[in-house]
Write a protein that binds this ligand. Structure first.
Ligand SMILES: Nc1ncnc2c1ncn2[C@@H]1O[C@H](COP(=O)(O)OP(=O)(O)OP(=O)(O)O)[C@@H](O)[C@H]1O
Ligand SMILES: [Mg+2]
Length: 313
């Protein structure tokens, strides 16, 4: 369990995290979503005591992280997969981590097997692909068998197999009763993995709910019908307070009602329908709608790309 209470972090003029309050519950995968610069990594660093809050607090299993005598047994984290000694082998990296944290050496081989690092464990980390580094970082997080796991953008750079593997692993960890928080700036990645979503933008909480609730809350339901007598139907639907748009000679798009409502109404009026369907806004659209206005570099992308290209010359 992680309890975030009024958490705030200021770096000079930048308010990176702005009064966040939410819980991350055990037995579930919680997706931590927000556009680039939203404050996800900063929040996770404060959960791990790597950064001090300007105000507010985080409790991990009921206590501040800093008060644990053996913190790695409480929380495992994948923050920056690049932060490893490149000259070591993956296995040695894990052995050092095990030794310094009082973890029995046999765990090293267990986690190597668990993350599928296999033969690569004997090679130097500098020769690792991004996917191998991610797996090694996850192995390190799992080493002390912690009840709480934080993964910051674990899917970045993984191929389809890797993504599927992470998804299964996170599910398994949550099913074992662990608290699992996984951040991403990509909705599509998290939507299939997470039971709950905490969405932030510009350091502030935008949504904290189940994936399904988020869809229902912001997602528009649109009903599409085709009829040989669309004009008559359009008039009647508007009389019933529905918002109707005529798309072409036969097709209407309706908001404010369900397919059942509209099918029943057409039937009661004797208006034939040749097509009736309900279209839901995708979670991706819902996310964009939630975070629009909170994207830090909104509309300045072209300018940034131009600057980067200049700099590269
Ligand atoms: N050490 C730091 N010093 C100054 N500003 C910082 C520092 N760390 C983060 N920031 C700023 O805080 C804000 C939030 O950054 P953070 O890295 O937490 O975002 P994020 O949600 O993890 O983004 P991304 O998806 O790009 O990883 C940004 O404006 C960032 O520039
Ligand atoms: Mg980040």
């Amino acid at each position: 369990m992680i309890e975030v209470r009024g958490l705030t972090k200021r770096y000079g003029d930048v308010l990176a995290v702005d009064g966040l309050t939410f819980d991350v519950e055990p037995g579930k995968v919680t997706g931590f979503l927000g556009p680039n610069g939203a404050g996800k990594s900063t929040t996770m660093r404060m959960m791990l005591g790597l950064d001090r809050p300007t105000s507010g607090a985080v409790l991990v299993n009921g206590r501040p992280f800093a008060t644990f005598a053996e913190p790695l047994r409480e929380v495992g984290a994948l923050l920056d997969p690049g932060a490893v000694h490149p000259g070591r082998t993956g296995r040695n990296h894990l052995r050092v981590a095990a030794r310094t944290n009082g973890v029995p050496e046999r765990r090293v081989e267990e986690v190597i097997a668990q993350v599928g690092l296999g033969g690569a464990a004997g090679r130097r980390i500098k020769g690792y692909s991004l996917g191998m580094r991610q797996r090694l970082g996850i192995a390190a997080a799992l080493l002390a068998n912690p009840r709480v796991l934080l993964f910051d953008e674990p899917i970045n750079g993984l191929d389809l197999d890797g993504v599927r593997w992470i998804r299964d692993l996170l599910r398994q960890l949550a099913d074992e009763g662990r608290t699992v928080l996984v951040s991403s700036h990509l909705m599509g990645e998290v939507q299939q993995i997470a039971d709950r979503l905490v969405v932030i933008g510009r350091g502030r909480l935008i949504a904290d709910a189940t994936t399904e609730e988020i869809l229902d809350g912001v997602g528009h339901r649109q009903v599409r019908v085709r009829s040989p007598r669309p004009g008559l139907l359009l008039g009647r639907l508007r009389e019933h307070g529905l918002s109707v748009q005529r798309v072409d000679a036969h097709e209407l798009h309706i908001e404010g009602g369900t397919a059942e409502d509209i099918g029943d109404l057409a039937h009661s009026l004797g208006i034939p329908l040749h097509h009736l369907s309900e279209v839901r806004q995708s979670l991706e659209d819902a996310y964009l709608e939630l975070t629009s206005g909170s994207v830090e570099y909104h509309g300045r992308q072209a300018e940034r790309v131009a600057t980067t290209t200049e700099g590269a010359r």
